[in-house]
Design a protein around this ligand. Sequence first.
Ligand SMILES: NC(=O)C1=CN([C@@H]2O[C@H](COP(=O)(O)OP(=O)(O)OC[C@H]3O[C@@H](n4cnc5c(N)ncnc54)[C@H](O)[C@@H]3O)[C@@H](O)[C@H]2O)C=CC1
Ligand SMILES: O=C(O)C(=O)COP(=O)(O)O
Length: 598
Amino acid sequence: MAAPPATTATTHHRALLPPTRTHAAATHSALRLPLRAHPHAHAQRARLTAAAAPAPAASTASLESSAAGLALLREFANVDCSYGLSPEDLRAKISLCDALIVRSGTKVGRDVFEASGGRLRVVGRAGVGIDNVDLAAATEHGCLVVNAPTANTVAAAEHGIALLTAMARNIAQADASLKAGKWQRNKYVGVSLVGKTLAILGFGKVGSEVARRAKGLGMHVIAHDPYASADRARAIGVELVSMEEAMTTADFISLHMPLTPATNKMLNDEAFAKMKYGVRIINVARGGVIDEDALVRALDSGIVAQAALDVFTKEPPAPDNKLVLHENVTVTPHLGASTVEAQEGVAIEIAEAVIGALKGELAASAVNAPMVPAEVLSELAPFVVLAEKLGHLAVQLVAGGGGIKSVKVTYASARAPDDLDTRLLRAMITKGLIEPISSVFVNLVNADFTAKQRGVRITEERIILDGSPETPIDYIQVQIANVKSKFPSAISETGEITVEGRVKDGVPHLTKVGAFQVDVSLEGSLILCRQVDQPGMIGSVGSVLGEENINVSFMSVGRIAPRKHAVMAIGVDEEPSKVTLRKIGEIPAIEEFVFLKL
Ligand SMILES: NC(=O)C1=CN([C@@H]2O[C@H](COP(=O)(O)OP(=O)(O)OC[C@H]3O[C@@H](n4cnc5c(N)ncnc54)[C@H](O)[C@@H]3O)[C@@H](O)[C@H]2O)C=CC1
Ligand SMILES: O=C(O)C(=O)COP(=O)(O)O
């Protein structure tokens, strides 16, 4: 949890149903998505652990600020706060938890996901940087990772400015000197900021806020960010420049990009060699974006006059870390996000994201799953159900089931191609296809990975319909190529198992099987029969079902031509016994039949 208090772990026992009150509801759609790893989980109160390692001494402020988030969590889940956990302790505990919330100090590596035994469904990072979480391992284990991307932006920016000004005026060094009984006015002559050029590397949320504030100090601000929008920069009065220009013209350089393989040791010997002699560096991003040995060399040679660092490659740094001990370096122990206000905001932001995810809602701050805006989600909701059911039906029609290699999904829509986000639908089709034939649970997080791992290639195609789109999708078709079917009539003229569905009045319907048009609502279970098209067939099947008191919810007959072959789709509320199914198969005019669970 954010800002760890120095308390010992409190363990609560699983009990009770989750309360109905939802804090996340205001920001997230109520649509439930398959993020649950455990089929029983919704019947029980989720268990969540909030971990931080190692435990710094807690201030009263941090205790109070994390309380609001903890209170939200405790309304929903059994919460176990553990601070100072060793990696072994975290691994030992994690199989008992549905969710884990951490700050930057806790490494959540592959070992943690493996040790969770599939129970861990959400990792909440109570802050921005997710470089301490193994995202690939999380995705492979179907575990959603959410962060708190906005609540500490201002705190980090203010800390950047604090370091900038403190460095320029030698505040930390002068303070230490005076406290040591010295009065060194000549030694601590600083440099002015007004009119100086500040280069911001990483013009995202924090970088932009630093830029605004630095402009208020009268600095000339430039920024380098390959992905930043020029309009946003212009609006703040910041010029976007190349890395080369930022390096060579800046008097101050402030780092605000994430730590990724591309940014790792971005400031190295080569970069320092390009900088203006006497440049000053501020790092409130991640220690790893600077080659720390190269920075020591640049400080010693005078290329870098001063540095102000909140973050280090290894945290906490070793006691003999040359940067920490360097006279020209001002340091803080990763305090960028540590204000009362930011920690309260982060705690609430992450609590809401984790609770939403545990409820199966899509988190707006999902890091390893597509972010689908709430309005799109609510519009797509019935199609999400349709997609999963079509996948589920299609796989049950395959004889043998396991040999699926090639699946084509076609969406017919009057929407422009860039106006329909199909990632969610594709994930649900994958779930429908794969879950019935494997022990893997599939969710939005791991759908693409799982399909790839099982060698299932899913291609998507769009049919653009004329007219104005009242609904986002007219129909969805799922086709499985190069397989045999246990219901051969499901194979279309082009040779694939084909099922097609539409949403009618908010309810998913099966509208085509193979070449046969049918219309049956996808609720309960389904019997598909192919028969000679002749009078009395509906009655014959209906009376066999009636004998076992099976309620028929829907029935539809699709035929190619009168008195030839027809496919009858019968929706049933209850699952017929084997005897009843055999009796249906024995009706003389029935040539093929299959029972499908929806
Ligand atoms: N010291 C602390 O306590 C805190 C540190 N941070 C760190 O600050 C960093 C930025 O956070 P936010 O602004 O919230 O993230 P953000 O995602 O809003 O901004 C990051 C920006 O970096 C840019 N970027 C990516 N690769 C780049 C490259 N090679 N060169 C230049 N720019 C590049 C991105 O395009 C993006 O605009 C993160 O690393 C985060 O972990 C954030 C909050 C507190
Ligand atoms: O949000 C971030 O990226 C931070 O660096 C803040 O990390 P923290 O939660 O203070 O360990």
